[in-house]
Design a protein around this ligand. Structure first.
Ligand SMILES: *[C@@H]1O[C@H](CO)[C@@H](O)[C@H](O)[C@H]1NC(C)=O
Length: 521
């Protein structure tokens, strides 16, 4: 009896102790910019500890997930500097940048003028020097962010080869979906999405030309935000298409994505498109639109055909109908069963001309970009192709050919087919998505999965994906919100209210069981 009694006393005591520890300890898992900043302010966490934690986690998980290509040798130093500045400010966070001490992972195509390489996943660009940080990196640094490293991606945005899988590059191999081992992580910003999904970094940046933020976000149960083309500068980022490229955040929550977006938007004289788009940026930034009642009064257009076809009869399809009820019960008007004109053509890049146009734009703009590098082994697309042929082992040419690069090299921006494709893209957008939005007076188009990304890509429209559930084998799916140019405020209100009402994201199980809370110095 006595021993049983003391055992229960001991257990009681232990449960008190663990409760006390849980209260005082910062939770690395699913940490947000807000929880990190709160922990900084309460002296429960330093940026150094956070960077240590993430570096450790990358070293443990990356051999299987293959989402990080390089860690920044200066990350700890940058964290120390952030900690020092915060101490000097006497804990007054208001004088510090909005991303102060926050580790950020960058897609490998986003240029940094530091020890990190910027290579689009290819060995051809190792050792090359960029003239300066990409504008978005400059902005991240001045907001106080710590650059943690570079994320893996589909090599040359998938242009490397028509036969390689999404999320593959010679330097990193094939990225793994953290939810379903055999699942597609989806590219091209695969590494950015995998890493935030598996809690290997706080927030990340990706880039999208057609689906490259929305699809990895969707497939890895994270939030992906592709802004209106030009809202974020592309200067210093390896280009694919000036008409369609956009730089945006991939994060675990809408709120984090919006904090990062606020840091990176703005006019940049080195990217003409930012001059036009700067007028969209609201006074006080985008944070003001993180409203829990953001669905109230919104008109949401539901497009099922053909986006629901691949989900017919699945858990995702019934979850989608459930989510429509959520929209409606939170005050939105749901306009169902809308259709986009010429959707079959829009979704077929050979028919629409998108493929031909992208390949031509890639050659043209990549040659410009490569010409601006110093110490580069390759100064043109033709030299990239030659590098691959001359280094078949490095570039794993036995595994995947480079027919995409070769096809791009054969294009010419002045070709009739290319000129005509550009005209057709415009027309398809005006008679398709624009008309749908305007005739139905919609605030956002809502679709299941990531396939609507193309509709939004070809016209430079913004898109935001939010986790919406998991199918029967655990594969995540998201809901994609799309809007007219400059409609970020409405998309944020809608997506944030939906996220808060549903809270569908769950961290990947297989990568949370090995989770523990060691002490980082
Ligand atoms: C960048 O690539 C070079 C190889 O050219 C390598 O020596 C260096 O370690 C790489 N940088 C980082 C931070 O990994």
């Amino acid at each position: 009896m006595a021993s049983l009694f003391s055992l229960s006393l001991l257990l009681l005591f232990l449960s008190f102790v663990t409760a006390a520890i849980d209260d005082s300890q910062f939770t690395f898992h699913e940490a947000t910019i807000e929880t990190i900043h709160l922990a900084f302010a309460q002296n429960r966490l330093t940026s150094r500890q956070l960077v240590h934690f993430y570096v450790d986690r990358v070293q443990t998980l990356n051999p299987s997930l293959r989402c990080v290509l390089e860690l920044n040798p200066d990350a700890l130093h940058q964290a120390d500097e952030a900690d020092r500045l915060r101490a000097a400010a006497g804990g007054d966070g208001t004088t510090l940048g909005h991303l102060h001490g926050i580790p950020v992972l960058l897609k490998d195509s986003i240029g940094t003028d530091d020890k990190l390489n910027t290579s689009a996943g290819s060995y051809a660009l190792l050792g090359a020097r960029v003239a300066r940080d990409a504008f978005v990196v400059e902005r991240l640094r001045s907001a106080g962010a710590v650059i943690l490293g570079k994320a893996s991606m589909s090599e040359w945005y998938s242009v490397r080869s028509f036969e390689m899988p999404s999320g593959w590059c010679a330097r990193g191999g094939e990225g793994l979906n953290p939810y379903v081992k055999s699942g597609d992580p989806c590219g091209s910003s695969s590494g950015s999405a995998i890493a935030v999904a598996a809690n290997m970094v706080a927030v990340s940046l990706g880039t999208e030309t057609d689906g490259s933020i929305i699809c990895p976000g969707d497939h890895n149960s994270v939030v992906g935000f592709k802004p209106t083309v030009g809202l974020t500068s592309r200067a210093g980022v390896i280009p694919l298409s000036p008409r369609q490229d956009s730089i945006g955040p991939i994060c675990r929550s809408v709120s984090d994505a919006v904090h990062v977006l606020d840091a990176i938007v703005g006019f940049d004289p080195r990217d003409e498109a930012t001059g036009e788009a700067a007028k969209f940026i609201p006074m006080g930034g985008y944070k003001q639109f993180l409203r829990e009642d953001g669905l109230k009064g919104k008109r949401l257009g539901i497009v099922r055909k053909p986006f629901l076809d691949s989900f017919k009869g699945s858990t995702a399809a019934s979850a989608f109908d459930q989510h429509l009820v959520t929209f409606w019960s939170n005050g939105a008007t749901v306009v169902d069963n809308l259709e986009i004109e010429n959707i079959g053509i829009i979704l077929n890049p050979a028919q629409s001309g998108e493929m031909a146009l992208l390949l031509a734009e890639f050659k043209h703009t990549l040659n410009e970009y490569l010409g601006g590098l110093s110490n580069s082994r390759v100064k043109s697309l033709a030299e990239v192709i030659a590098f691959n042929s001359n280094n078949p082992d490095l570039e794993k040419m036995e595994e995947y050919n480079q027919d995409g690069l070769i096809a791009a090299e054969m294009t010419n921006m002045l070709d009739e087919e290319v000129v005509e494709a550009e005209r057709r893209m415009k027309q398809l957008s005006e008679e398709g998505f624009e008309k749908l939005m305007k005739e139905n007076e919609l605030d956002a188009m809502v679709t299941l999965g990531a396939d609507a990304a193309t509709v939004l890509a070809i016209g430079g429209y913004p898109a935001l994906t939010v986790p919406a559930g998991y199918d029967d084998n655990g594969m995540p799916f998201g809901i994609c919100f799309g809007g007219l140019k400059g409609s970020e405020a409405k998309l944020i209100e809608t997506a944030y209210a939906f996220e808060q009402a549903t809270r569908m994201r769950k961290p990947p199980l297989s990568y949370s069981t090995e989770f523990h809370y060691p002490h980082y110095q």
